[in-house]
Design a protein around this ligand. Structure first.
Ligand SMILES: CC(C)=CCNc1ncnc2c1ncn2[C@@H]1O[C@H](COP(=O)(O)O)[C@@H](O)[C@H]1O
Length: 254
């Protein structure tokens, strides 16, 4: 039962600037996915972190792996993306930036290009439904996959920046922050910036990444994901904080 405060907050117009597509799947949609793929033997509790539950970073990233097993066809992506957009709209989100990592799944024939096209199709379908929400898409690089994949992802994002009627607006850098090396991704990120993609970068999500964070902040990004350990009090540095302030970069997390 919703109380008065719940109704107020649901109806309050909102912007959502940090929604990972496969991190925003509701339990209702997860049920539908599990029903589609009973052979995977995935149980609901393997796909979510309950309220108040503590998990290590590694355990959280395992959850994404399970969700990715459930979302591995064009049909799945279309359903997940339309459901996610409808649910944000029902929560009075008026501007939504979805970010997602295009994946190739050889066993289902899914390609990275079709992945992006399918998310765009979902955005268009929701628009045709007349939902009161403006949705844009950030194509994501998973830092674990290294510089070559990052460059290929930027090339794809660049194509869609030009051909998606303004729906693809930027590039996200995410993935397990303890894996991979941000420095090696700089050429891809610089290319993205130079071609007009907005940059939203996860950085300083774990301690001891001062050098990497410094390099990424020099780009500079248009948004920062998390930035948890930028501040000197938690092992970051004033130089990093000053770079954020100088460029007036919004920080955010979900
Ligand atoms: C531990 C936790 C929940 C932290 C949130 N912080 C995050 N930091 C970095 N990358 C992330 C985070 N949350 C989601 N992602 C990225 O988003 C992906 C899931 O959404 P998608 O498949 O890109 O559509 C994950 O595989 C990961 O690459």
């Amino acid at each position: 039962m919703e109380n008065e405060a719940d109704v107020f907050y649901r109806q309050l117009p909102k912007v959502e600037l940090h929604a990972h597509l496969n991190g925003s799947v509701s339990s209702h949609t997860i049920e539908k996915l599990i029903d589609r793929k009973p052979h995977l033997n995935i149980e609901h509790n393997m796909t979510a972190i309950g309220k108040g539950q503590r998990r290590t970073l590694d355990e959280c990233f395992q959850v994404f792996k399970v969700i990715h097993q459930l979302v591995d066809t064009e049909e799945d992506i279309l359903m997940v993306a339309t459901d996610v957009i409808r649910e944000f709209a029902a929560d009075s989100v008026k501007y939504l930036e979805l970010r997602s990592t295009p994946r190739e799944e050889k066993h289902t024939g899914l390609t990275k290009r079709r992945y992006i096209e399918t998310v765009i199709r979902a955005i268009q379908l929701c628009k045709e439904e007349g939902l009161d929400i403006d949705v844009r898409f950030l194509v994501a690089i998973d830092r674990r996959n290294g510089p070559q994949v990052a460059m290929e992802t930027v090339e794809l994002a660049e194509e869609f920046l030009l051909s998606s009627n303004g729906l693809v607006v930027g590039l996200d850098l995410s993935g397990d922050p303890t894996v991979g090396d941000g420095k090696s991704l700089l050429p891809a990120l610089e290319r993205a910036k130079n071609c007009g993609l907005k940059l939203s970068l996860h950085l300083s999500e774990v301690p001891s990444q001062l050098e990497e964070s410094d390099l990424l902040l020099n780009l500079p990004p248009d948004r920062i994901g998390h930035g948890t350990f930028l501040h000197p009090e938690v092992g970051g540095s004033q130089i990093l904080v000053d770079k954020v302030l100088k460029n007036n970069i919004p920080l955010g997390k979900t």
